[in-house]
Design a protein around this ligand. Structure first.
Ligand code: TRP
Length: 473
């Protein structure tokens, strides 16, 4: 296409948009609990090492491919891979994956939105009752919530890269940081809060098993938006004077900092509510934590601050999570939007309409797969259990394909596009990159141990998810 590609207006805009993509529901709830259960400070240490030594080079490679080609994954793999069939498949996976993840993430975001509405209407005690979650996600209001969330996302994306994505990130991300800090301060002044902090921070190295290491790495990889085509697409909107190495570092630091700070909110809240709690008993899933466990904590707050204020704190929390979710949702839908615009010559509006219809229909199927429609609820079965349509999308795309996409990307960059071209791209906008230690590390790691690690994660996930065997014990 001859039209000029739209660009982010500033480096900070790009960094906030990419960080907005990376910061999501998992950072705010999943990460803190995972850390507390799996060795506290020891987990944090391993996580940080993985972020910087394994994930960062992949992030830089994604951004570099995007900026070099000014394309989304399909176009990028085609442009640099010479049109070979195999690499085109990698490109297609790079667009199909975000499309499907968007479907499942849409469902979660809609639930969050419904929870905001319920807390604001003063029904906190209902929210904290055991049956409420199942009732809410199966009520007809959920469809109304879905229309509103779709409208918000559509509104942001229709405005384009600069006036939509970048502007939303520049407003929502700083707001999110402030809200998070306010909540941390509030929680830390509760009784018994410090017990939670120590569970989060004190390292227990004997809890670090191979399976914990594996989960820290997958968590880091997912959290940073890798393997989703997002950073290739966002990379295609940055200009050639931007320092990719430095930008990627800032994105990773922001994402990790938010996850870490969230730990100072969630765990003290849990312990203040129930000092006897054994973190081992907390659920592994962000979903059950957010939607069934935390509402109980908010309700318990009423004894100290009153029902009205407790509802306010709950609404504040769900709005915070909603902001985190919206910026992620926007980023992931931008990948197929960009594909339809760049590869299929559609206008942004047409592309969005197409996606709202196709993706919207799938999201509807996923929404009714929690009991409303039997066919989608008992969609299939594997590894000894029945799986809903929602579970299948989650298992295949969120859990399994991401490391595979990462693996393909490393191989592509190292052996097809070639390392010297990556170096060339990363050196653009960063003086002194050539010959630096960073260059040597990035080129070496991407072509050797990072793909091996990603292959290990991929194989293990397939074994666990679909055959019920854990290679890492
Ligand atoms: N960190 C996100 C989360 O915690 C995971 C994620 C990264 C994500 N990028 C995304 C989710 C894009 C959806 C869309 O949920």
């Amino acid at each position: 296409m001859s039209a000029q590609r739209e660009h982010f207006s500033s480096r900070i805009g790009f960094i906030l948009a990419a960080a907005g993509s990376a910061v999501g529901i998992g950072n705010l709830v999943g990460f803190p609990v995972n850390a507390a259960k799996n060795g506290g400070g020891a987990f944090l240490l391993i996580y940080a090492i993985f972020v910087f030594l394994v994930c960062l080079p992949v992030m830089m490679a994604e951004m570099a491919i995007g900026r070099k080609t000014e394309k989304e994954p399909v176009g990028a793999y085609k442009a640099l891979g010479g049109g070979g069939m195999n690499w085109n498949i990698a490109g297609l996976l790079g667009v199909l994956t975000p499309f499907m993840i968007a479907v499942f993430y849409m469902v979660l975001t809609v639930w969050i939105f419904a929870y905001i509405a319920i807390t604001l209407s003063g029904n906190l005690s209902y929210l904290a009752s055991p049956a409420s979650f199942g009732e809410i996600i199966n009520s007809s209001y959920i469809f109304g919530a879905m229309i509103i969330v779709a409208a918000i996302v559509n509104f942001i994306l229709a405005a384009g890269v600069k006036d939509g994505i970048e502007k939303a990130a520049k407003t929502l991300m700083p707001t999110l940081f402030i809200m998070l800090v306010v909540l941390v301060i509030f929680v830390l002044t509760r009784d018994n809060a410090l017990a939670g902090v120590s569970f989060f921070l004190i390292p227990e190295f004997d809890k670090i098993t191979p399976s914990v290491v594996n989960s820290a790495l997958s968590q880091a990889f997912f959290s940073l938006s890798l393997g989703m085509g997002i950073l290739i697409t966002y990379g295609s909107y940055i200009n050639r004077s931007t320092d990719i190495v430095n930008s990627a570092k800032l994105v990773a630091i922001t994402d990790t900092a938010v996850a870490f700070t969230a730990g100072l909110m969630i765990l003290p809240a849990v312990f203040s509510f129930n000092p006897q709690v054994n973190p081992q008993e907390l659920s592994d899933s962000s979903v059950s934590l957010i939607f069934t466990f935390l509402p109980k904590i908010f309700l318990a707050l009423q004894t100290s601050i009153g029902y009205f204020a407790a509802s306010g704190v709950a609404a504040f929390f769900f709005i915070l999570v909603f902001f985190a979710a919206i910026t992620s949702l926007v980023s992931i839908i931008e990948v197929p939007v960009s594909y339809l615009v760049t590869e299929k010559g559609k206008t942004r509006k047409k592309a969005l309409a197409t996606l709202m219809m196709t993706g919207g229909l799938l999201a509807l199927f996923a929404t009714v797969s929690f009991g409303m429609v039997g066919f989608f609820t008992e969609f299939t079965s594997y590894a000894g259990g029945t799986r809903s349509f929602f579970d299948v999308i989650y298992d295949i795309f969120y859990d399994t394909i991401l490391p595979l996409n990462g693996l393909l990307l490393c191989l592509f960059v190292s052996y097809r596009w070639k390392k010297h071209n990556l170096s060339e791209e990363l050196a653009t906008g960063r003086e002194g990159y050539k010959g630096s230690f960073a260059e040597k590390y990035i080129n070496f790691s991407l072509s050797t141990f990072i793909p091996v690690i990603l292959l290990g994660i991929f194989l293990n996930t397939v074994a666990v998810k679909f055959f019920g065997i854990n290679i890492f014990g």
